[in-house]
Design a protein. Structure first.
Length: 119
């Protein structure tokens, strides 16, 4: 769910619904989806990293925000709580012709110091 859609829905729902909508934005509280994603069509190369449960919501907020702003990539996904995980996976799909090592450097500059796997 992108920020503009979320803002509209947030402003037009009751207080009880508001709390449930906020839960959809965090991987640790989203039980509705297997994977949360932000994407546009592109030919894909991937950057994958695993994150422990205590850090995933903050990391996903950073990655999702940068993707929506157009600063990172056109498609990012995260595993969600639906499968009762102790470890979560974020996948960033590089745009066609985009330098994967440059994307990894961007992620590290955001403070994400993880073991990034690329393919």
């Amino acid at each position: 769910m992108d920020y503009q859609t979320f803002r509209f829905v947030e402003e037009n729902f009751s207080g009880a619904d508001h709390g449930n909508l906020l839960k959809l934005l965090n991987p640790t509280t989203n039980f509705d989806e297997d994977i949360d994603r932000v994407y546009l069509d592109n030919k894909e190369r991937r950057i994958i990293f695993l994150i422990e449960k205590g850090s995933i919501d903050r990391a996903w907020k950073l990655v999702r925000g940068e993707s929506i702003k157009g600063n990172l990539s056109a498609k990012v996904t995260v595993s969600t709580a639906r499968k009762n995980k102790h470890e979560y996976k974020i996948t960033i799909y590089a745009r066609e012709g985009e330098d994967v090592s440059f994307l990894v450097a961007k992620l590290q500059n955001l403070g994400l110091k993880y073991d990034f796997r690329t393919d």
